[in-house]
Design a protein around this ligand. Structure first.
Ligand SMILES: [Zn+2]
Length: 193
């Protein structure tokens, strides 16, 4: 067939396909329903005959997909780096406030002196066995991990919110890291008059 005629034929087929879109898709649907077994057998045979080829093709396709995905993640991360950091930070702060409020008896403040600067507040182990407890938690859980652990475990007892000042004073009074002696803490406030 001369080139021109072939071109014309292709054009015609295209036009026909557009004009009879519905009809053709109906026909295709019917055909696949009627020849279900035949089609699946043909596919199976093809797969068996081209096993290695198909395997290689899939491998290549998967590698490309993985690469594209990694590229996408990298670009996404770089583009939204600051937002992501901010989001993570905001979530961490929200969690900290929630946990410190619970152990601050409904107030995000030190239970002893009521100091409420978030940066100077943390969770105190009432019986002073913080390090031991953290070790049993494993993974050396500190900071945010610890807050998350407390929340996920339904806020177990034995903790309180303290400011760093009160923590140091408590440590000195109880000699948490040395030989123990019991002294009531916090000390009762002096009575006026
Ligand atoms: Zn305090």
């Amino acid at each position: 067939m001369p080139y021109k005629a072939k071109e014309r034929q292709r054009e015609h087929a295209k036009q026909y396909a557009t004009l009879h879109k519905e009809e053709l898709s109906e026909y295709k649907r019917n055909y696949s329903l009627l020849h279900k077994e035949e089609i699946s057998a043909r596919r199976k045979k093809h797969r068996a005959e081209h096993k290695e080829e198909i395997h290689q093709r899939d491998k290549k396709r998967d590698a490309l997909r993985r690469e594209a995905h990694a590229r996408y993640s990298r670009t996404y991360y770089h583009k939204h780096r600051l937002e992501l950091v901010e989001y993570k930070y905001a979530r961490a702060v929200a969690l900290k406030i929630e946990v410190l409020t619970h152990y601050g008896k409904g107030e995000c403040a030190c239970v002893v002196c009521k100091y409420n600067n978030l940066d100077a507040l943390s969770i105190d182990h009432i019986n002073g066995n913080g390090n031991v407890h953290r070790q049993t938690l494993g993974n050396n859980q500190t900071g945010n991990h610890f807050y998350l652990w407390l929340k996920r475990n339904g806020y177990p007892e034995g903790y309180q919110t303290l400011c760093m000042n009160c923590q140091w004073i408590k440590r000195a009074k109880y000699r948490e890291h040395g030989p123990k002696f019991k002294e009531p803490w916090p000390e009762p406030l002096p009575k006026n008059g």
